[in-house]
Write a protein that binds this ligand. Structure first.
Ligand code: ADP
Ligand code: MG
Ligand code: MG
Length: 512
């Protein structure tokens, strides 16, 4: 279904889009790919790109091997006195010209003992500055850029339900059902979260729905579900999200296991969730709904934070107030109606680790009936009980520090913030750079034939909504919601269409 429009029709877009290196090469996956292809025809340029790639890779090399790796990068790209200097220069493979001799020498000095991750930062800047100059200008004049314009034009097309095949129900949300679906462009599988227009209107959920969509658009994290498309059909507002087939953490804690999870899983999930939270906070988004129901597993056993309906964007220097969240997981400052930014999420992280370890929430026993007032009083006043034998010294300590009732001293909210979280002994087995690159194999892989959720037949159908009609104002709202393709995830999907599409199509009949 992906057919690029004729170049002629794409030229008007030329004046409307950003022409910076940052936008084209660093933010647009297809722009990056095309720039790479453009550079391949010139050895000097392609070596610049190889250098940038090698510097990126250095971030995930373990500390013990970093010196050796950095030395290789240096020898390949920056060495001043390599024996074959003349010959290699002739072939274009000597020192990168855009890095000055002084800078190269200065960098060489740093290649001793413990090499910092960003040892090549200044050189990287120099290379980037060089590429952003004449090479970028030449790229924009080349057919590779026309190709980029074709993709960017295609990206503005109106998306409808005809672009997807819909499969089985995965779950039920407040405004509609969630289905498995498949992009007809590439065969990639997604989750389709439908919000019925009438139900949204009846419950005055417009702000909530739009908020969720707009927040999702702002995040780019492998630990948060990604929104790839937002469109509408006659009856529904639709969000196309990363497919998470492995069930939610609530199911894994209580319906499999005794209740609770094995220690390796607790540490691994906690680390991925902490990174997801950190990515949200970096985008200045407070999540506000941390609980096991909202943490979903994918086929491989990695987790993502989902259901961002309560999340809020907090501009720099501001804070919010609002008693939102789920009883039992709300932080004391939220219950008290105080102003806050991101601290309640770290409290929620404490609740979650506690629950994964003990198979119950910190302030309510499993299945205990307690009033909301009572839970809130316990959260504010009672010391959390940490004498369960499932705790280790480290897990007890991290729960204690996240469940600090005073947010000013809570782990993640003071001192070095996220750095302190990562440095806690509870996470000593986790290499966060590898984790963030998706390189740590999950300790548990969901069985691809099991269904980690209620039986489809047990998911109640919705009754039809009566007494509401969709009017002009509602259609205007729907238009505001239905913005179509989200560039980055869509470009990633399209870039990979060849490989993934074929594989997925083969598996599809087996699963659905
Ligand atoms: P709501 O905001 O209305 O509560 P959710 O986002 O929580 O809706 O989705 C409802 C249910 O649908 C979830 O509990 C889960 O079972 C399923 N679901 C939601 N998102 C996904 C996804 N990306 N992949 C798989 N299942 C999902
Ligand atoms: Mg939900
Ligand atoms: Mg929600």
């Amino acid at each position: 279904m992906l057919k690029l429009p004729p170049v002629g029709t794409c030229l008007p877009l030329r004046d409307k889009i950003d022409h910076t290196f940052e936008f084209i090469v660093e933010q647009q996956p297809i722009g990056h790919k095309l720039f790479l292809l453009f550079c391949e025809k010139d050895l000097k340029l392609s070596r610049c790109m190889q250098f940038l790639h090698a510097v990126d890779e250095l971030k995930i090399v373990v500390e013990g091997k970093r010196l050796a790796h950095a030395q290789t990068v240096f020898d390949d790209f920056l060495s001043l006195d390599s024996p074959q200097d003349q010959a290699s220069k002739f072939l274009g493979a000597g020192k990168l010209e855009c890095v000055s001799d002084e800078l190269a020498t200065k960098t060489q000095e740093k290649l001793k003992g413990i090499v910092p991750v960003d040892v090549f930062e200044e050189c990287r800047q120099a290379v980037r500055d060089f590429l952003s100059g004449q090479p970028l200008i030449d790229f924009v004049e080349s057919p590779f850029y026309w190709r980029f314009l074709q993709w960017k034009t295609l990206e503005r097309m109106i998306i409808t339900k005809d672009h997807f095949r819909q499969y089985r129900v995965l779950g039920k949300g407040g405004f509609g059902l969630v289905f498995a679906c498949q992009s007809k462009f590439t065969g990639k599988m997604y989750a389709l979260k439908k919000l019925e227009k009438k139900r949204v209107k009846k419950r005055k959920g417009e702000k909530l729905a739009l908020n969720e969509k707009e927040v999702l658009e702002k995040v780019d994290s492998r630990f948060v579900v990604t929104l790839a498309y937002a469109y509408q059909s006659k009856d529904s507002l639709c969000m196309v999200l990363t497919l998470m087939n492995g069930g939610d953490l609530r199911f894994h804690i209580y319906s499999i296991g005794s209740p609770g999870l094995e220690p390796e899983r607790v540490v691994f999930y906690a680390a991925e969730i902490a990174c997801g939270l950190h990515h949200l906070h970096t985008a200045r988004i407070a999540y506000r709904d941390m609980k096991p129901d909202n943490i979903l597993l994918d086929d491989a056993g990695h987790i993502r934070i989902s259901d961002l309906g309560l999340a809020v964007h907090i501009p720099e220097g501001q804070s919010v107030r609002g008693r939102v969240g789920t009883p039992g997981y709300m932080a004391p400052e939220v219950i008290d109606g105080h102003r806050y930014t991101f601290a309640p999420d770290w409290w929620g992280m404490g609740c979650l680790i506690y629950e994964m370890i003990c198979g119950r929430t910190p302030f309510r026993k499993h299945k205990e009936r307690v009033s909301r007032e009572d839970i809130e009083r316990r959260i504010k006043d009672d010391r959390v009980c940490l004498d369960n034998s499932a705790f280790t010294e480290d897990s007890r300590s991290i729960c204690d520090q996240f469940l600090d009732k005073v947010h000013a001293t809570r782990l993640g909210c003071c001192g070095e913030m996220f750095e302190d979280v990562k440095a806690h002994p509870f996470f000593q087995t986790i290499d966060f750079a590898h984790l963030e690159a998706g390189l740590i194999p999950p300790p548990f892989i969901p069985n691809s034939r099991a269904v980690y959720a209620k039986d489809v037949l047990d998911i109640d159908q919705f009754s039809s909504v009566r007494g509401v009609e969709i009017e002009k104002a509602d259609e205007d709202f729907a238009d505001k919601f239905a913005t179509g393709i989200v560039p980055k995830p869509w470009q990633e999907e399209s870039r990979r269409q060849e490989i993934e599409g074929r594989k997925k199509l083969r598996n599809i009949n087996k699963l659905y």
